[in-house]
Design a protein around this ligand. Structure first.
Ligand SMILES: CC(C)(COP(=O)(O)OP(=O)(O)OC[C@H]1O[C@@H](n2cnc3c(N)ncnc32)[C@H](O)[C@@H]1OP(=O)(O)O)[C@@H](O)C(=O)NCCC(=O)NCCS
Length: 166
């Protein structure tokens, strides 16, 4: 069973393998912080700092899901959405599964576990948005009790807005 882990120095090789796989498959988008920095050390400094002080936005936690020292997926939980880039499209949570591990129901399970972490951060409900055409992500959200609110647009691109509350 994959374990939820906060990024640390021990993840360096697995992180580099995953990023290389991801970049050769597609232009990575989500979770945005997973791709921060030019090096692993810069990435680590960014996610560590963001837990307590993100000068450009809101604070967040980024977690890896690791099995046998291999990072399978990552998820970012923002502590608030009180920011123009998040409040309409963006939301509290972003996630991604490395390409070779997709279609195994991992994202559904990852979001389930991340919602437990969101509760620990005192969030009472979370906004999750996805591209209207991202059927897999919409299903992951719906599998976890997401209630569709409405469509939203950023740069004329259509997104779905979902809320999960508990
Ligand atoms: C979206 C993403 C996280 C889904 O991860 P995943 O582990 O493959 O998802 P799951 O295996 O849990 O599948 C969830 C559902 O989506 C369906 N699904 C998976 N891939 C699909 C695809 N390419 N097209 C349509 N449906 C798909 C599954 O059949 C499953 O459906 P079910 O609930 O009816 O059984 C993954 O594709 C990804 O990382 N994409 C790139 C980043 C991204 O888009 N992140 C989301 C940003 S909002």
């Amino acid at each position: 069973m994959p374990q939820l882990e906060f990024p640390n120095l021990s993840h360096k090789q697995s992180y580099l393998d995953m990023i290389s796989e991801w970049r050769s498959f597609e232009v990575p988008t989500s979770p945005g912080k997973l791709f921060a920095g030019e090096t692993f050390e810069e990435f680590l400094a960014t996610v560590t700092k963001d837990v307590i002080a993100n000068p450009d936005g809101v604070n967040s936690h980024l977690f890896f899901f690791v099995e046998d020292e291999r990072i399978l997926w990552a998820i970012q939980i923002r502590h608030s959405i009180d920011h123009p880039r998040l409040i309409e499209v963006g939301g509290h949570i972003g996630y991604g599964v490395r390409p070779s591990e997709r279609g195994k129901w991992y994202a559904t399970e990852m979001l389930r576990q991340a919602l437990l972490e969101a509760k620990k951060l005192w969030l009472e409900k979370v906004l999750i948005t996805c591209l209207d055409e991202n059927i897999a992500s919409a299903k992951v959200i719906e599998n976890n009790g997401g209630v569709f609110e409405r469509y939203a647009y950023r740069d004329e691109v259509k997104y779905r807005r979902y809320w999960i509350s508990w």
